[in-house]
Structures are given as structure tokens and as C-alpha cells.
Write a protein of this length. Structure first.
Length: 324
């Protein structure tokens, strides 16, 4: 196992240091753009202005996802993750040493469950998604945030690797699980907490149908959503928002009405905590909104959404959410 770890770390150094000059120039430009933005680097919910002109049908993500397939071996998954990290660190001016250290911690955590890496690659991918490890003390990114940033920015150089990881995670979609392992949120409702700048309120009008350009994590627990909206309000000083995501309640017992693009995630480090993870570019319709003034952790905005049953049956030119 030590040889496997060292070998993959060496590959990471090589990939990071031997990037083409063209890619380096592009990534350095992205670094400058990111530094000019006022949002903290822990944010994973905002879409750049350029992305607002994009739709699923024209995205690099769709092109690579449709052309790719789920990884079958550990080196495919770990290699994709190492490439994604190298490019992320270049964009944000993070040192090679910090990047390597982060990957080493992620990989060591994965190797604790070596059976997954040998025979259950989707489970290993999901475990990496839920990892609580942060990039460094000065860069509070978790792997899930890094993956989502690349998806929402639709960075072409990252998309082949992103597609590999996304396909691995989506192998655990609820419709592919055995019936005995199926879980349905109580009352058919999932929860998500966060912040929502006032400038994005006009987008979320009742009747609006849209796609989310990234994985969207929702909890079975309203209390967990309260925790996240508190953090957004107190730490990030954003107007608090509670997202209420409704699924067709008939889906609990009838496959026809079951959401086809959501993954059941059981967080490895938090026994009993479960969430529904919606696949990138999932479709939602705004049912109802309550705008609080001011929106605080005690009285947040509330946006009630209906999750689509099958993303594939929805238009590919739907607008993208500016914040989620």
C-alpha cells in the first residue's frame, strides 16, 4: 500500500509540474480572475457571470460525461482526483507541497477501506466526496467544493477528469440500488441551508424551472440545514436561506415516480446522517418563496422546490441557477 501511495503522489507531482505552457497560462489567468472576486474561497454556491450564458446542452461537462464511462479501477479514480487537484491549486495559487499533502491525506483515508478501492470504486468515490479533509489551513476547500467549482465554471481542461468522478458517484444512484437498500426522505422532503445574496432573489420566482450546475447536497434532517444557514449568516455574513426540496411522495413505493438522478449518501464520519446528492445539472421548479426582511438565522428566506423525476426528460436549454 505504501508503494501505491508513493507512486500516485509521484504522478501528482509530475502532472502538476509538467503541464503545458498553454494550460499554465490559462490557469494563471483564472487565478487572477479568482483573486479579483470578493467571494471567500470556501463558497461553492455561486455561478460566474459567464456561466449564466451557458446551458447544459452546450457545456463541456455534458460532452465529456456523455463520452466517458465509470472508472473500473482505483488508478482511474485516484488519477482523476489528482489531476483535478493539481489544476485547482494552479488556478488558486496554492503550492505544490500543499496540493500534494492534501492528496496524500485523501488517499490515505481511501486506503483505510482498501476493499472499496479493489472492488467498489463507486463507494470509494462517494467516500472521497464526503471527506472532511481541507486543502490547507489557508485554503479551506474540501474535495466536494473543488469538484463543484470546476463543474460550475465548466473548465474544459478539468471536464474529462470530472466526468470520471461524477460517473463513479452516480453509479450509486438510488434507482440502481437493491430494494432493501432504498431510503426515502421522511415525507418526501429534503433540506438545504445556506446564504442567498439579495441580488439573486428575482431568479427564484414561483414557476421558474432551472438546472443546478453542480452536485447539490440535501439533508434528510432540517436541523442540519439550520446548521448550514447559521454558518452562512454568521460566518459568511450572507442573508440566510432554507431550501425545501420536495420529491414526488409516490416515489417511495413506485419506481415510476422515483427521482432517477439522486444518490443516497451516508457520511462515513457521521453515523446515521444521510443525504440525497443530486447529480450535476439536476432540474428543479420553484413552488413557493418567502422573503424575510432581514433574512437571519432565526427568520431565513424559505424557497420551496420540486425536484424533477428524470433529468433526461427535461429541456437542455433551461437557465442555470445563479446561486444554490
Amino acid at each position: 500500500e505504501a508503494l501505491k501511495v508513493n507512486g500516485t503522489l509521484t504522478q501528482l507531482d509530475v502532472r502538476f509540474n509538467l503541464m503545458s505552457s498553454q494550460l499554465r497560462n490559462e490557469l494563471e489567468a483564472a487565478v487572477a480572475l479568482n483573486r479579483a472576486r470578493s467571494l471567500p474561497d470556501t463558497d461553492t454556491s455561486s455561478v460566474d457571470a459567464s456561466a449564466m450564458q451557458r446551458v447544459l446542452g452546450t457545456s463541456h461537462f455534458k460532452r465529456e460525461y456523455d463520452a466517458g464511462e465509470a472508472p473500473k479501477f482505483q488508478h482511474q479514480l485516484l488519477g482523476a482526483v489528482s489531476d483535478i487537484l493539481a489544476q485547482h491549486c494552479m488556478r488558486h495559487g496554492v503550492s505544490t507541497a500543499e496540493c500534494t499533502n492534501f492528496f496524500e491525506r485523501l488517499q490515505k483515508e481511501a486506503f483505510r477501506y482498501h476493499d472499496e478501492l479493489l472492488t467498489q470504486i463507486p463507494a470509494a468515490a462517494q467516500r472521497m466526496w464526503t471527506s472532511a479533509h481541507e486543502l490547507s489551513d489557508s485554503h479551506k476547500w474540501e474535495l466536494c467544493s473543488i469538484l463543484n467549482e470546476a463543474i460550475r465554471m465548466d473548465i474544459p481542461e478539468c471536464m474529462p477528469q470530472i466526468a470520471i468522478v461524477a460517473r463513479a458517484i452516480n453509479e450509486l444512484c438510488v434507482v440502481r440500488r437493491p430494494k432493501a437498500d432504498l431510503r426515502f426522505p421522511p415525507g418526501g422532503v429534503c433540506w438545504r441551508g445556506g446564504g442567498l445574496p439579495d441580488t439573486h432573489q428575482p431568479f427564484y420566482m414561483p414557476g421558474k424551472k432551472y438546472r443546478v450546475p453542480g452536485f447539490l447536497a440535501t439533508s434528510f434532517s432540517e436541523d442540519k440545514a439550520e446548521e448550514f444557514l447559521f454558518r452562512a449568516y454568521v460566518v459568511n455574513q450572507l442573508p440566510a436561506v432554507k431550501w425545501v426540496v420536495e420529491l414526488d411522495p409516490r416515489g417511495e413505493n413506485e419506481f415510476k415516480y422515483r427521482c432517477k438522478h439522486v444518490d443516497l449518501v451516508r457520511r462515513a464520519n457521521v453515523p446515521g446522517e444521510e443525504e440525497f446528492l443530486f447529480a450535476p445539472y439536476s432540474v428543479f421548479t420553484v413552488l413557493e418563496v418567502h422573503w424575510a426582511c432581514p433574512a437571519t438565522d432565526d427568520d431565513p428566506h424559505v424557497v420551496r422546490l420540486q425536484a424533477a423525476i428524470d433529468n433526461r426528460k427535461e429541456p437542455e436549454d433551461l437557465p442555470l441557477a445563479p446561486w444554490y
